[in-house]
Design a protein around this ligand. Sequence first.
Ligand SMILES: Nc1ncnc2c1ncn2[C@@H]1O[C@H](COP(=O)(O)OP(=O)(O)OP(=O)(O)O)[C@@H](O)[C@H]1O
Length: 569
Amino acid sequence: MKEFFKQYSPFYKNYKLQFIYAFIGIILVASATAGTAYAIQPLLDDIFINKDEEMLYMMPVFVILLYTAKGFGRYIQAYYISFIGQDITRIVRDRLFSHVLNLDMDFFQKKHGGELVSRIINDINRIQQAVSNYVAEFIREVLTIVALIGLVIYHSPELAFYGLVVLPLAIWPLSKLAKRMKKLSFKSQESNADITSSLSESFNNIEIIKANSTEEIEAKKFSIHNLNFFKYNMKAVRTNELTSPLMEIIGSLAFAAVILVGGSKVISGELTTGTFSSFIAALFMLYTPIKRLSSLYNKMQDALAANDRINEMLNSKATIISGNKEFPENIEKISFNNVSLNYGDFQALKSISFEAKKGDKIALVGDSGGGKSSLINTIIRFYDISEGEIKLNDNLLNELSLKSLRENISIVTQRVYIFNDTISANVAYGYEIDEKRVIEVLKQAHAYDFVSKMEDGINTKLDEFGTNLSGGQRQRIAIARALYKKPKILILDEATSALDNESESIISQVIDDVSVDKITFIIAHRLSTIKNASKIAVFKDGEIIDMNTEENLLKSCKEYQRLYNLANI
Ligand SMILES: Nc1ncnc2c1ncn2[C@@H]1O[C@H](COP(=O)(O)OP(=O)(O)OP(=O)(O)O)[C@@H](O)[C@H]1O
């Protein structure tokens, strides 16, 4: 808990004014609560017993004032405290999202998208209450307790002793309950993340679910996660709700003692009825904030568990570190020297060495799993190599700034990413929209024909998955996006796989034209796509077993002959 507040206290200094207003509210609530208990004594002694008429008119005014002050105090406290909580969580959520976006590709491969969504939304919501409301409630309840304890001691120190002596008894069971709450909160949050993951998986894979009629299977899988969530929540409710009866039973012991001792003092005339009633009222009122404090402590455990999960993410660091050199103005060559790449224990690339020059179109071919995409991963630094070196001109790849490196590389993969925005914003993604250039690259990508026929042309809105486009049209938009930023390295990973033969051959021509001032890598299973490649690298089990022109490979490389024959069956 100390750690938690240490982590969030630096935020508080930005909210000095809001804290002052909230604190005024808290003081009003605490003192009005104690005032209400105090009011019972003059009510009984002066009005009912001494029949004091002046008091009869003063008391109603006093009570209205007390409750108005309490209501007003509660309102400003609630408003300003919520403001602080909402604002801190907004900032933490922004920070967490941009931190996560900057983590390695590997992190995203291992974590489920739904789990990340759950942490950024649900876990942060759970800390919102803790950073603000719980703090305010804590202060308010403590002040109320102090004011009420002051009042009971003022009325009768002896009775106060009997009324309060049992309190320490409650500490041990309450702390046990709190520990259990933290454990349960952690489990409940994990199963909440499972629910979100399961939902996002189902909606992302809806096509395959429908095509295989697996709605029922998926619904059953979901209901298992849902049931787990329910079970953990119910366990948490059981634990949390125990606090209240526990406190009440302990409180009843105190009341019993007070009635016995206090009652006999009233009978013997040592105490007035009014003082005794006011004392009892204060004691009653005292147990409410104490009960609230202990349930606050339990709820805090939920926030602590959420915070542990948030910190786990904030503490994961990117291992792909940016260099500080700019990408060379004029790219001459890229060279691979004995490059290996491991994914954990698995070696995906083994001793790769070759060089590609400006204007080269390097085709990467080979069986599935051969390592072609892994090579691309090393160029764009989605993964860092385990051995060897990659150089751009004479700069080591990892000496370049990541931003500059990625600004100068365009990659088109088989999976096309469309953002929920206009066609022009999708094409110019990450850059200022220059409509002339958008149209130019759409034409190059052979996409302008269909775009210009759309109702709003390049301003037509696409949805997130580009469902208002065909597969081939989506690919053309992706190719236009890749050309828009005038990359110095162009990577096409099965980028034309969804195109018909005619469009594919036109786009191959376009690629030939644009590739003169860049280095182009092309991965394609359709060998017609790579017929104009300057060199073809043949991958097998993470190695390049041969690299040559198609003509030479057909003469001397058995593996290429095999691929060629397979492709031409
Ligand atoms: N992120 C990853 N983590 C662990 N292993 C991976 C990862 N990406 C790829 N691999 C493994 O590395 C090997 C090479 O994969 P890669 O994607 O480079 O092959 P590929 O030649 O591009 O295949 P395809 O033609 O099917 O796209 C495969 O065995 C694959 O399972």
